[in-house]
Design a binder for this molecule. Sequence first.
Ligand SMILES: C[S@@+](CC[C@H](N)C(=O)[O-])C[C@H]1O[C@@H](n2cnc3c(N)ncnc32)[C@H](O)[C@@H]1O
Length: 245
Amino acid sequence: MPSWTLHQGDALTLLPTLDTLADAVIVDPPYNSGGLQAAQRRGQSARGKYVSGDANHLLPDFGGDRRDQRGYTYWLSSMLAASLAAARPGASALVFTDWAQLPATSDALQAGGWVWRGIIPWRKTIARPTRDGFKRECEYVLWGSHGEPTRHAPSIYLPGWLEGSQPRGKGRVHITQKPVAVMRQLVRIAPEGGTVLDWCAGSGTTGVAALAEGRRFVGIEASGEYAAAARQRLMAAVDKEPAAA
Ligand SMILES: C[S@@+](CC[C@H](N)C(=O)[O-])C[C@H]1O[C@@H](n2cnc3c(N)ncnc32)[C@H](O)[C@@H]1O
């Protein structure tokens, strides 16, 4: 197997076709959040919700971000059930979410058949202030396992919270891009040489981190533009072409 593979298309269709079982599923799905009311969440594109008005970048929009909370829970449950079938017993699932969708995400994780094991807050360091209230400066990574989690040899001890800013300037190629440094901590849940699967790969940050940490990567991304951006970043990360996917 090449050290990375990137498929372009819908994850629900492609997950059952994968020929390698994952040692970790690490996924940053569209949060279907970004508003206090359902109408706000459904009414705006991802760009409208997640790119602040003063941002001067013109990154492409992405789909799959206009479900209400019930629809989101149903969709994410189906995706996480398909992910379980694509993962080895003992594998971990790490699923990103925000404060508003945290309850929906823990429901979906368990409905998908994963054992819920914890929450890792990610502090973004740069976040909009909240007038007369508390700054929402954390997002969350929910941890689940496929049965009993894999025992590492030697044992590993991973942090209980993470910190890091989204890339800025030329390093920013996706609207909701995650920091590589944060992802590098997360991919260590897979054994060295193991396979990390991200079925909402975006610009490929999980894969860049997996390769940097000596793990293999299988990605799925719906958007053609973002799949191309991910391939470029992954090629730069290993400096060689993968087998066709
Ligand atoms: C939150 S972004 C991921 C960003 C990524 N973590 C990064 O650092 O670049 C979610 C991505 O999931 C993709 N997506 C949405 N629905 C999908 C689906 N059904 N199958 C595959 N990809 C999907 C979107 O196109 C978007 O790029």
